[in-house]
Design a protein around this ligand. Structure first.
Ligand SMILES: *[C@@H]1O[C@H](CO)[C@@H](O)[C@H](O)[C@H]1NC(C)=O
Length: 500
């Protein structure tokens, strides 16, 4: 593409500005990483075509680990052509809070790439070591799509471990070519792109094809797929759909990780088969599972197969244990789960059919309902929550806690005192649920511990966000509780309280 005279001058000017900017920054504090704050941020982004910003907090351990690597990478990249600026912002400092909020910084460190005077912003998805940072950013700073000029070149770019997308064109011009480059620019953080004039260079597909065609190479399933629709939206949807394996593999191989994060995005129900990849039943189950995945392709279910070795965190999350393996968990977007423990390959098809027919009963992670519940603060589990909170006709203050949470431990004696003060009031129950061992129903939003909710006798649900003092909690309950006369007339006798 010919650069216009004006834009060439602009690039020249910004390069000169940049050179002096970097130079002075290095001299001033002897750091290659540029320190930005609220007063310098906008200017630095506007003046430079490519800036990486690390939002950090001084107390954050991962930030401290990244710092020397980031600095090394900055020193190398300051000499890159075109220059790549590495900058940092202390997002913990009050003066910079607005910038951090503007760019949606939620955790530390968060790295973002600002291009084109800040008009394009993308998340940094590269490695965290100096060499890795340099390699990733050199690629990100270069063209979004590389021209493929030989078979060897194609082979080295495409490889056999990742998704690679090639645009094949009769000439490098026209609307379809421009669309391809626009999509490559937009999705460059997630996929690698190339373009070529000659299909002969490409490792798979019709070598006599002329294009315009987009060919997507992938290390699974059909290995190569094509689309002739080079409309921007169509191309994006094609890439999204085609780069998703029929069955996503979850094991310790990092090459599979990008597919995992894709798997968990989106509104489809997620079916997950967990089993021991080294066991003798693996092949039979896997091939049956693939058949089912093919049958339900595009019908609202995605499929994952996970190795037991890598799945311990998932097991904890879903409340599973090793005795249930091989086990299928199917989770819908609203959190509803279905479970098939000790599944055999002959049962898989029927189970999915029952799911589609709506005849399966959802599965809930729950501790057993306690046999006696004599403590001041009643123990509630997922399986008893409905009875205690909705069907009892009582006013319930419910604490969602985690066993390891310090604030919950501090709150415990206070809740005991609150319970004592309502001991003679049969309409009020103080209760708690271990939210790590029980599924929390969607009526409640638990994002941290402790979380306190109040459900009135008539079923009004309120989150308690007042001070965690005995007095404030008692006042809140008194203010919001329904008295017996207003509450559901089916409310049972006082003895119901003792039976929970
Ligand atoms: C998986 O199966 C293999 C072979 O039977 C066995 O040696 C291994 O201990 C099993 N792994 C787990 C995590 O159960």
């Amino acid at each position: 593409m010919e650069m216009s005279a004006i834009s060439r001058v602009r690039v020249l000017v910004s390069s000169i500005l940049l050179a002096s900017f970097v130079f002075s920054a290095v001299r001033a504090d002897e750091e290659a990483v540029l320190t930005l704050d609220a007063s310098s941020f906008d200017e630095a982004i506007e003046k430079n075509p490519f800036v990486v910003v690390e939002f950090y907090a001084p107390w954050c351990g991962h930030c401290k680990k990244l710092a020397p690597e980031y600095e090394k990478a900055a020193a190398v990249l300051s000499k890159n052509d075109p220059p790549v600026i590495l900058a940092k912002v202390d997002a913990n400092d009050d003066v910079n809070k607005d910038i951090a909020a503007k760019y949606g910084v939620r955790g530390f460190p968060t790295l973002k790439i600002f291009r084109n005077e800040g008009k394009n912003i993308q998340d940094y998805k590269g490695p965290r070591d100096a060499d890795g940072i340099v390699e990733y950013l050199r690629k990100q700073a270069g063209p979004a799509s590389a021209e493929i000029k030989s078979s060897e070149h194609a082979e080295s770019l495409i490889g056999d471990k990742k998704v690679f997308i090639v645009g094949l064109f009769p000439e490098f011009s026209g609307e379809e070519y421009e669309n391809f480059l626009a999509v490559a620019e937009k999705l460059r953080a997630d996929y690698d792109f190339g373009h070529t004039l000659d299909a002969k260079f490409l490792p798979r597909g019709d070598s006599a094809a002329k294009g315009p065609i987009v060919r997507l190479f992938k290390p699974f399933d059909e290995l190569v797929v094509e689309s002739k629709d080079l409309n921007v939206d169509a191309l994006e949807s094609f890439i999204e759909a085609a780069s998703m394996p029929l069955v996503t593999t979850f094991n310790k191989d990092p090459a599979n990780h990008p597919f995992l994060s894709k798997f968990f995005k989106g509104a489809d129900a997620k079916a997950m088969l967990f089993l021991n990849f080294s066991s003798e039943y693996f092949d039979a189950l896997k091939s049956k599972y693939h058949e089912i995945a093919l049958e339900y392709k595009g019908k609202g279910i995605r499929f994952l197969i996970g190795d037991l070795d890598a799945s311990q965190a998932a097991f904890q999350y879903f409340g599973l244990n090793n005795d249930q393996v091989p086990v299928i968990v199917l989770q819908e977007n609203d959190g509803t789960k279905y479970l098939k423990p000790n599944v055999e390959s002959a049962q898989i098809a029927t189970w999915f059919k029952e799911y589609k027919d709506g005849t399966l009963k959802p599965f809930r992670k729950s501790e057993p309902i306690p046999e006696s519940n004599n403590e001041l603060v009643k123990v509630v589990v997922a399986d008893s929550l409905l009875d205690v909170v909705q069907k009892s006709g009582k006013n319930v203050l419910l604490e969602f806690y985690a066993p390891w949470c310090g604030h919950c431990k501090k709150l415990a004696p206070i809740l005991d005192e609150v319970a004592v003060s309502f001991e003679s009031d049969a309409d009020v129950i103080i209760a708690k649920m271990d939210a790590t061992a029980n599924d929390v129903p969607s009526d409640f939003s638990v994002r941290g511990y402790p979380t306190l909710y109040f459900s009135s006798a008539s079923g009004k649900i309120l989150q308690y966000d007042g001070d965690r003092t005995k007095e404030d909690i008692i006042d809140f309950i008194k203010k919001n509780k329904d008295t017996r006369a207003e509450s559901d007339s089916t409310a049972q006798s006082d003895s119901a309280k003792d039976e929970l």
